[in-house]
Design a protein around this ligand. Structure first.
Ligand SMILES: [Zn+2]
Length: 372
């Protein structure tokens, strides 16, 4: 089989092959020279963008609509093609792309880190934080330590693109996706639609009523948005070690379980990892994030992504992080965005360094994945 890759990706491809023991030869070093001229011409828009990287629209001084977020991902890929790859992991109910950015040195021994945001549409700060961390990693990857470069980083800044767009254009307080039941768009609460203990417990865990804010959907993974997350995690081939889903606005670092008050097998590790994050956050801005089992510091919930990522996908360090602002709720003041991004970046860095020192009880990292 012959493949043609962009020059900037040559090293990445070589590493991919070497890490997987796939033999290869380079037939032509510069296909343009060989064929007598470039076959692909960059569009003038992209060429201009590459010439003026300082003109980025996304600057963490404001909240941005879906197309700006997606354009930001594409620009990162164009600026750092040897480590950044953008892909579409699925399409929403209304057919919009769910875009993912992966940052990796393509080493086959890497474990994975997952970061997602805007599962709930109105929680805009979560998208700011995840894009900020992606930007920081992309720009600094070459100089970062082994705890960062020995991981494949997966960023999905908008899990729920339809709801996110709708919260920008029509209803600022929209939470769910835009699924239709009967003649009305009622939406499903995507963080009640995951398949682990889906629908268990009473009405305070999740609701069977489509008009309810916590409507769980007709069956587990009924929604394309949750299915996209499930599929990429189970079938990416990367053994994930960390799963972080960002929400707002309780200022808390929570971990499984959500469906029961019982401690999970990794309770002590998760508590300690969460505390390492909270400490780094406190040292950055003085903000105090609570740490604990989700049920202990929030409420009951079933069908959540962290119960699934921990219980089914066996990702040992699974956290749901509730960002600012307790005071202003979902309408966080714009002048707090940057501080929130900085404190959480430091929190995530503390966690990444912590997990590499720990063995975990519920871990599938060494035995690859448990498929379900
Ligand atoms: Zn939320």
């Amino acid at each position: 089989m012959e493949v043609l890759v962009e020059g900037t990706r040559a090293m990445q491809m070589a590493k991919l092959f070497q890490g997987r023991d796939i033999g290869f030869d380079v037939l032509v070093n510069d296909a343009n020279a060989y064929s007598g001229g470039p076959r692909r011409v960059r569009s003038p828009i992209l060429a201009n963008r590459l010439r003026s990287p300082s003109k980025r629209q996304l600057d963490w001084k404001d909240f941005y609509p879906l197309n700006t977020v997606y354009q930001f991902l594409d620009e990162l890929e164009a600026s750092f093609p040897s480590t950044c790859t953008v892909s579409i992991i699925g399409r929403s109910v209304e057919g919009r792309d769910i875009k993912m950015l992966k940052i990796s040195n393509s080493d086959a021994n890497n474990t994975g880190v997952w970061l997602d945001a805007a599962t709930h549409a109105r929680e805009w700060i979560s998208t700011s934080v995840v894009t900020y961390i992606a930007d920081y990693l992309a720009r600094n990857f070459d100089t970062m330590g082994a705890s960062y470069t020995n991981k494949d980083w997966y960023f999905v800044p908008v899990v729920n693109p339809d709801g996110y767009l709708y919260s920008h254009t029509s209803d600022r307080m929209w939470r769910k996706n835009r699924s239709r039941f009967g003649n009305t768009i009622t939406g499903v609460d995507l963080n009640r639609n995951f398949g682990y203990f889906w629908g268990r417990g009473g009405p305070e865990h999740s609701s069977a009523d489509p008009s309810h804010l916590n409507f769980r959907g007709p069956e587990p993974f009924s929604e394309p948005e949750t299915t996209a997350v499930k599929d990429i995690i189970l079938y990416s081939g990367t053994p994930f070690k960390i799963f972080l889903t960002f929400h707002a606005c309780s200022e808390a670092i929570s971990f499984p379980w959500c469906h029961t008050a019982e401690p999970c097998p990794d309770y002590v590790n998760l508590l300690e990892g969460g505390t390492a994050m909270a400490k780094a956050i406190y040292e950055t801005t003085g903000r105090m994030y609570k740490v604990g089992n989700f049920k202990d510091i929030m409420y009951y919930a079933s069908g959540t992504s962290i119960d699934w990522s921990y219980g089914t996908a066996r990702i040992p360090f699974s956290y749901l992080i509730e960002l600012r602002s307790k005071q202003e709720r979902f309408l966080m003041p714009r002048d707090e965005i940057f501080d929130c991004c900085k404190e959480i970046l430091n929190g995530v860095k503390a966690l990444v360094e912590f997990v590499d020192k720990r063995k975990c009880l519920n871990c599938s990292v060494n035995a690859k994945k448990l498929r379900q």
